[in-house]
Design a protein around this ligand. Structure first.
Ligand code: HEM
Length: 480
């Protein structure tokens, strides 16, 4: 057996002092968990320890060690086992919840569904939903010059749901117009509940159901019924159009086709994967777009530059037409990178060691619970100059020279994770963001309707801009 070389054990790690029995529980604000942990990282460094009742947690802030952990999956590390349990009892059997060989099987089909080639094939659909959003905003104005106190995040949720349902089971739910039917009422309950249960010290909901648990179960049943209907529909379509077995037209068809092959997916896995796609495809991209809107509203000069770029690239026709167009928006793309650096919607990940492991000079026993900080490196001045400022220029290459002179360590950015479980939806998310932002910025001037200090980061598994309300003012076509 290989001898492990280390000079410290987990007991040598420092960390904030807690209270007997309760540990650090009262020092943490659940909705600001990521910020609390980032703050402590400044004092305690690359690795530190926190305690909750019955639970010791190691926090990893150094982006290179976070990378090492993420890259050593699925063998040395895995997602927190409790997370798998909570996800699967909600019905999410799939890429996000699974581990080891099981995960490889799910990952393969998910990654294929979200490949660059497939996303490029989906482009007309993304554009269609982008046009729908544009039309929806135009109708909202109803002859007025501006819309004030507007909660734009919900529109992004609806538009991303429309894209994801199309991609997942080939059906356009038109949530942008019909709004509350599936998103607000049902899917939007999943993420907070997931977070609540993962961080809960005791699984009370398995023994006693509160009103909120019962309401959640009802929503889950509705979603399950909707998905079951689509499964039946897709089975029918595969019978009617057998040629689709060779070239499935959506994710569900691809999962169903795999039924004919060795090691098929169970019904629970098919349902769970569709559900996973809905969950991961909506909240993440929609909240990134909401954060983008926040930065536009608070940085007028960047907003103007993006609008100018849209005019320059699109010219007279003033509309995006094909996937190739998305590559032409250099400044917009740089701004998206900057927003994703400052506001990664998944600022932390919960992981666990599968065996005894050494990181730096410390031995961590099997089953250590790690919280990895995904944002910390990106906002650390060791790696980025003026780390808390939005400076799109830092991502722009001008004849091999960056127009922003300053520290820039791209490899510490972990917004989409790292290693084999890196987010498979990154390309789709980037293309969606470009299309929706163009639709927004080319038509409207965006400002905040509330004082900036009232908008804050709220963590409930994803990080959302709480209290974001904007004022949209219509721009006449030549008046920018
Ligand atoms: C801006 C948008 C997005 C962000 C910031 C984001 C971020 C992340 C992060 C941090 C992870 C964990 C990666 C890891 O463990 O190393 C992840 C995993 C995942 N994401 Fe995304 N994501 C986004 C959009 C999407 C979209 C649009 C989809 C699909 C439609 C998607 C599907 C998934 C799936 C299935 C996983 C699990 C992968 C696995 O465990 O193998 N994501 N994402």
């Amino acid at each position: 057996m290989k001898k492990l070389n280390y000079s410290k054990s987990i007991n040598n790690l420092k960390g904030p002092k807690g209270i007997p029995f309760i540990g650090n529980l009262l020092q943490i604000n659940k909705e600001k968990l990521h910020q609390n942990l980032e703050q402590w990282a400044k004092k305690y460094g690359d690795f530190y320890k926190i305690n909750f009742p019955g639970l010791k947690i190691v926090v990893v802030s150094n982006p290179y060690y976070v990378n090492e952990i993420l890259n050593n999956r699925p063998n040395k590390f895995r997602r927190l086992s409790k997370m798998k349990k909570v996800l699967e009892e909600m019905g999410f059997y799939g890429t996000l919840s699974s581990e080891g060989e099981e995960w490889k099987k799910h990952r393969k089909v998910t990654q294929q569904a979200l490949s660059h080639k497939n996303v490029e094939n989906y482009f007309p659909l993304i554009l269609k939903i982008g046009n729908r959003l544009e039309e929806f905003w135009a109708n909202k104005f109803n002859g007025n010059k501006y819309l004030d106190n507007y909660e734009i995040s919900q529109d992004f949720m609806n538009a991303t749901i429309d894209i994801t349902t199309n991609l997942a089971f080939g059906c356009d739910l038109n949530t942008v117009y019909k709004q509350k039917e599936i998103t607000q009422q049902h899917i939007s309950k999943v993420v907070p509940k997931l977070n609540e249960r993962i961080v809960s010290p005791f699984p009370l909901w398995r023994y006693i159901k509160t009103a909120s648990d019962r309401d959640f179960d009802k929503s889950m049943k509705t979603i399950k019924d909707i998905i079951s209907l689509f499964i039946e529909n897709n089975i029918d379509n595969l019978k009617r159009f057998p040629e689709r077995k060779k070239q499935p037209t959506n994710f569900l068809e691809a999962l169903l086709v795999s039924q004919d092959k060795e090691n098929p997916f169970s019904w629970e896995e098919i349902y769970g994967n569709i559900f996973t796609m809905l969950l991961t495809g909506e909240d993440t991209t929609a909240n990134s777009l909401a954060w983008f809107s926040y930065y536009m509203a608070t940085n007028k000069s960047i907003q103007y530059k993006i609008r100018n770029e849209i005019h320059e690239v699109l010219g007279e026709e003033f509309d995006i037409k094909e996937i190739g167009d998305t590559k032409k928006f250099k400044y917009l793309t740089a701004t998206i990178k900057e927003v994703l650096r400052l506001k990664p919607v998944a600022p932390i990940l919960y992981l666990q060691s599968n065996e005894d492991v050494i990181l730096k000079d410390t031995l961590f026993p099997k089953n250590t619970f790690f919280i990895t900080l995904l944002r910390y490196g990106g906002i650390d001045e060791k790696y980025f100059s003026k780390p808390n400022q939005i400076i799109p220029e830092r991502w722009m290459q001008k004849e091999s020279k960056c127009p922003f002179e300053g520290k820039h360590k791209e490899d510490v950015i972990l917004t989409f994770g790292a290693g084999p479980r890196y987010c498979p939806g990154k390309y789709l998310a980037e293309i969606e963001m470009i299309v929706f932002i163009i639709k927004l910025i080319k038509n409207y001037e965006i400002e905040l309707s509330v004082p900036e200090f009232e908008i804050s980061e709220k963590f409930d598994f994803t990080m959302t801009p709480e209290n974001l309300k904007v004022k949209l003012t219509m721009i006449k076509s030549n008046n920018y």
